[in-house]
Design a protein around this ligand. Sequence first.
Ligand SMILES: CCCCCCCCCCCCCCCCCCCCC/C=C/C(=O)SCCNC(=O)CCNC(=O)[C@H](O)C(C)(C)COP(=O)(O)OP(=O)(O)OC[C@H]1O[C@@H](n2cnc3c(N)ncnc32)[C@H](O)[C@@H]1OP(=O)(O)O
Ligand SMILES: Cc1cc2nc3c(=O)[nH]c(=O)nc-3n(C[C@H](O)[C@H](O)[C@H](O)COP(=O)(O)OP(=O)(O)OC[C@H]3O[C@@H](n4cnc5c(N)ncnc54)[C@H](O)[C@@H]3O)c2cc1C
Length: 671
Amino acid sequence: MSQTTEVNPDLVMERAKCNFNVLEVTHLIDGGEQNTLQRKKIENIALNDGAWKDPIGEEHMTPKEKYENSVRKTCIYGSIVKNELAELSGMESFGMNFLAVRRTADAFFKEVTPLLQQFGQFVPTILGQCTPEQLSCWLPKALGLKIIGTYAQTELGHGTFIRGLETTATYDPETEEFVLHSPTLSSYKWWAGGLGKTVNYCIVVAQLYTKGECHGTYPFMVPIRDEDTHMPLPGIKVGEIGPKMGYNTGDNGFLAFNNYRIPRENMLMKHAQVLKDGTYVKVARHGKLTYGTMVFVRVVLVSDAAFNLAKACTIAVRYSAIRRQSRPRPEEPEPQVLDYATQQHKLFIAIATAHAFQLCSVWLWDSYNVVLAQMKDGNTDTLTEFHALSSGMKAISTSDSAQLIEQCRHACGGHGYMISSGIPNLYNYVTATRTLEGDYTVLLLQTARFLVKAYEQAEAKKPLTPSVAYLAHAFSGRKTTWDSSPDGIIRSFQALAAGKIAACVRNIRKRMQAGLSQVDAWEMSTIQLVAAAEAHSRAVIADTYRREIVRLTANSSPNVKAVMEQLTILYLYYWALERTGDLLMYTSVSEKDLVDLQEAYEELLLKIRPNAVGLVDAFDLRDEILHSTLGSYDGRVYERLMEEALKSPLNKEPVNQAHFKYLKPLIQGKL
Ligand SMILES: CCCCCCCCCCCCCCCCCCCCC/C=C/C(=O)SCCNC(=O)CCNC(=O)[C@H](O)C(C)(C)COP(=O)(O)OP(=O)(O)OC[C@H]1O[C@@H](n2cnc3c(N)ncnc32)[C@H](O)[C@@H]1OP(=O)(O)O
Ligand SMILES: Cc1cc2nc3c(=O)[nH]c(=O)nc-3n(C[C@H](O)[C@H](O)[C@H](O)COP(=O)(O)OP(=O)(O)OC[C@H]3O[C@@H](n4cnc5c(N)ncnc54)[C@H](O)[C@@H]3O)c2cc1C
């Protein structure tokens, strides 16, 4: 935590009011004291020298300057990671320390590094899609930054529908090469991060053709730029796609091939092989293992959503503690805006949600490792359930985080709209994650596919996998009894998920009986299927959050236990109140129960209020990582806003030339 000598008195007061041990909660969020110490060590090594700081605010730079500045900082951070953090960061395990490296990177990059995909997708694809020989060839080069790569799957014409990709990789047994070709404009690769200017290698997903037959999409390792001159290689057309809402330091690019040849060995052959004579050999037992990188990134994105939401609520809660506005009681000073119940309603759910997603991400990560271990032994049985689970969690966590970050902006009034508040960059980053790596709707429909099948299993009294075990109770013919205890509310969330899934199944069957095909009946039901998958994912998140908090605070001090319990209950009440219509439909909840619940929710906000600043301090986000005039630890908000305003290039001269060139002639009637 960064400290300065003068701290805003309101923040001093808030910190004195906090009744729990902030460090204990930090340890809880980090997954233990050792992790906190290690993270702080990484942050200290990486951030204490400051050579990476921007010469002028990035927001005042041209797109070209922004990109070049971002590469500059990437190299500084790259050398710190390579020379000083490599051992600490456990790169190969992608564990907690790797997350600390990822978290520290945000001090360097307000948007993104052009090397995000190197570590987010290029290395993971090498790890997940290569044969042992390929792995030993490419992994050291990629980890040692001898080659810089990205992941080019999406095309101008298709992102969601991978089977519709048009880029072809046709095997030529004469030369033992693949010929990569982009037959149409819509087949141009589009979006890959770092592709525009930075990378020299690219994992390209293309339709595999051999012996005149198409075998579906596979990944290929493709050199695209000369390793010395960095010029695009002959047969390659590559460039940057232009300004975006965010990710502007990430040089997302386009790429096309004109009968471009790569050696046979450059097909990533863990899951299928093409022999020298062109024979296709399928190795994998599960048809979708080539989608593995996407599953990995979806898991990572849940923790990314939690982290970015924690940043936004740190900014908004600290700001709300120093911001005073209006005078409801004329005899008293203006209250801190944090004292308004509506402000607490906007912010405390954001804190609880950041905790919920953080704990769910750790749980999801652990479950993912179990699935990977089973797959190593040749067992892919749990992959389908995990795909459904990770798709749902990715969809909900990225979407809720984006919405709550926007809510944090609302909570900061006009100043939240300043780039220097830090919130716009956070929103622009997170809202993209709702789309990338599988759009929200598309992923929830994947979850729904699984749920409908699970419902049919339950109906046939067959065994159910853990995440849908609650469906076994869906056939009692009675509404679930409302009970406002935490476990009772979770049971109600499960009941409404089960009710929605059952309604979807009924609708699909009814439509098919009326003569629609299965595809059309499904399509007509997709609005409800998305709602059912959302309800299911929310039930899983609520259940996991509650279970994990109970487990993790078993030995905590009483006040930590109490405040963590309050947050989980707040989360449950909030979502119950958001879904009153559904509860009335699928549980025995009465009007009076809902009135009581609303009252209990409002009382809970009051209980949490004195600990609000302590709760966001516990996220332990250094000022360098927050990049915020409103959210710094010392609360010197107005001073920082003024300092930033004075940095505006428009303030460099008293009168701008546009006055004489355009305005004066207009004023003088000469135009
Ligand atoms: C040293 C230097 C230092 C420098 C700084 C260091 C900085 C450190 C930074 C560290 C970085 C850390 C990481 C940070 C975060 C990472 C961010 C990375 C950035 C990401 C940017 C974005 C990238 C992308 O977007 S890549 C493109 C992604 N594209 C998609 O996601 C496409 C979505 N579409 C699909 O997934 C599919 O097409 C789908 C699933 C919608 C449909 O597929 P289909 O083939 O048509 O399948 P279908 O017929 O519908 O059948 C479904 C069937 O298959 C099963 N299924 C589908 N998918 C899967 C799967 N993945 N796994 C398992 N099973 C699957 C499904 O269940 C169905 O089964 P059945 O119902 O039984 O038939
Ligand atoms: C910042 C950013 C970075 C990215 N980085 C990369 C990268 O590094 N590499 C890479 O390969 N790609 C990358 N992408 C691309 C990204 O993966 C795709 O944009 C994403 O998967 C969505 O696909 P799409 O753009 O084709 O959307 P579309 O599928 O065209 O979606 C448009 C609309 O149609 C709806 N829709 C589509 N299909 C269905 C359906 N079956 N049922 C119901 N509704 C449907 C969607 O819900 C959406 O509302 C990036 C994208 C962004 C924004």
